[in-house]
Write a protein that binds this ligand. Structure first.
Ligand SMILES: Nc1ncnc2c1ncn2[C@@H]1O[C@H](COP(=O)(O)OP(=O)(O)OP(=O)(O)O)[C@@H](O)[C@H]1O
Ligand SMILES: [Mg+2]
Length: 459
């Protein structure tokens, strides 16, 4: 678990998200509290539940971005779901518990990738032996491998295959050639586990995906995956062999155990569009299906046990960060029990031209940096003058005011429009320079800014 202090977390978030100081502080505290909790005596530790957060704010102001960056920092399993995706149990659609199953899947992949990395050196060694067996059958010490070499006349001069005696020096020559990359393009036949299995994908009935997944798992164990012979290049065969060998070296039970621990103790679920399942009292009778979703959410947020294909997962200490515009519905329109599960509320402010200017210039991955890098691959040197960025920022604000306020996403539509010509022509502009200044910006946007109706469609 990451041991960053709240101040450090906020300063990391500052690298990517402009403003929204209050929301950053709140998520930083939530994250630090988990670290604090880990250091307590077990009895007390189990008593302390995470304080779930609701982030409120208009669209495109950084709600998702903050949560996503936080999860990266925390190295926690992170899953983003839209509350609107769920339906009450019994209706067609996804049931709420599936988000825990998905989170667990993410956790398992995360831990497995780490374990694979740990055994990589050993796995590569084993894979290399198998690869040489594949190229030179009969020379290995291990008796049976299921590979057949494919003679390839176009390959570099290598000793004849089909040597029957355990000829060490031939093996070493091959090893040398392989390490020098001279065999990379040669073809071999390799037996690998089949990727798809038609019989099993039938189980994927829409709306029954989770049951389908579990059935597939059961079936998969009953009928082990069919292996099939594939022709491939030596270097691809090596990759496949490394994968297989590292899976042999890692203990999947341990991976699952660690993944479960990590999901239960550090997992974060980002529940987007929570306001969309809230029902306004003055809107007539209660909306059965939405309220049903909220009721189904209750146990998951409060703490229950969910059956996943990797075993039971407790949700007690998973952190939930909910988000929504809450324009029409308010948090008080959620069913009372659910309101109580989200004690922390924070409002994100709408963004204006000052923030837009900073978003264009400050973040490590700022849009201007992205475009310059993209077009740089064509040999085009793209730069922006400061007044151009000011111009774009203030236009973004103006268009947000005149049409719909889509927050920082407006910058994306504007930049696309401004750069559409140069993006198209860049391939023929190797070695050229383009400097975008405010006149350039105004020229490219002139027709649209004049005409409000047009801007509705184009930006
Ligand atoms: N404060 C900000 N600083 C930097 N970039 C931002 C900021 N706000 C938004 N962005 C950028 O705008 C885009 C949309 O932001 P984000 O996905 O966080 O919106 P949101 O608040 O979750 O909106 P929605 O309610 O529509 O989901 C992202 O690509 C993000 O990088
Ligand atoms: Mg979002």
């Amino acid at each position: 678990m990451s041991s960053l202090t709240p101040r450090e977390i906020v300063s990391e978030l500052d690298k990517f998200v402009v403003g929204q100081a209050e929301a950053k502080r709140m998520v930083a505290i939530a994250m630090r509290n988990r670290w604090r909790r880990q250091r307590l005596e077990p009895e007390l530790r189990d008593e302390i539940a995470p304080k779930n957060i609701i982030m409120m704010g208009p669209t495109g102001v950084g709600k998702t971005e903050i949560a996503r960056r936080l999860a990266k920092l925390a190295k926690s399993p992170f899953h983003k779901v839209e509350a609107t995706k769920f339906t009450e149990v019994g209706y067609v659609g996804r049931d709420v518990e599936s988000m825990i199953r998905d989170l667990m899947e993410i956790g398992v992949n995360m831990v497995r990738a780490e374990e694979r990395e740990k055994v990589r050196v050993r796995a590569e060694k084993h894979a290399e032996e198998r690869l040489i067996d594949l190229l030179l059958p009969g020379t290995g010490k291990s008796p049976s491998y299921t590979f057949t070499p494919m003679p390839d006349p176009a390959s570099p001069q290598v000793p004849a295959t089909g040597v029957t005696s355990a000829n060490e020096s031939t093996r070493e020559k091959f090893r040398q050639l392989w390490r020098e990359g001279k065999l990379d393009e040669r073809m071999v036949e390799l037996e690998i586990a089949g990727q798809d299995n038609a019989a099993m994908s039938i189980m994927a009935i829409p709306g029954m995906d989770d049951m389908g997944g579990q059935m597939q798992d059961v079936l998969g164990r009953m009928f082990p995956q069919k292996k099939r012979l594939r022709k491939m290049k030596v270097k691809d065969a090596f990759t496949a062999l490394v994968q297989e060998e590292s899976d042999k070296l890692i203990d999947m039970d341990k991976v699952q155990e660690n993944a479960r621990e990590r999901v239960e103790q550090t997992g974060i679920i980002f529940l987007d569009e929570l306001d969309k399942v809230a029902t306004r009292q003055d809107h007539g009778g209660p909306d059965v299906s939405r309220e049903g979703v909220q009721r189904d959410l209750l146990p998951v947020v409060e703490g229950c046990v969910v059956n996943t294909k990797y075993g039971m997962v407790r949700t007690d200490h998973i952190l939930f960060i909910a988000a929504g515009a809450f324009h029409y519905a308010k948090p008080s329109d959620l069913i009372p029990e659910l309101q109580g599960r989200f004690p922390l509320r924070v409002e994100l402010s709408a963004l204006g031209k000052e923030e837009f200017y900073r978003i264009l210039t400050e973040p490590q991955n700022a849009l201007t940096v992205q475009y310059s890098a993209l077009l740089g691959t064509e040999g085009l040197d793209l730069t922006f003058t400061d007044d151009a960025l000011r111009e774009i920022a203030s236009m973004a604000q103006k268009i947000n005011e005149d049409t719909e306020n889509i927050g920082a996403r407006r910058l994306y539509t504007l930049m696309e429009k401004i750069l559409s010509d140069v993006s198209f022509d860049a391939s023929d502009m190797n070695g050229k320079k383009v400097q975008v200044d405010s006149a350039y910006v105004r020229e490219k946007l002139a027709d649209i800014v004049e005409d409000r109706d047009l801007s509705r469609y184009i930006l």
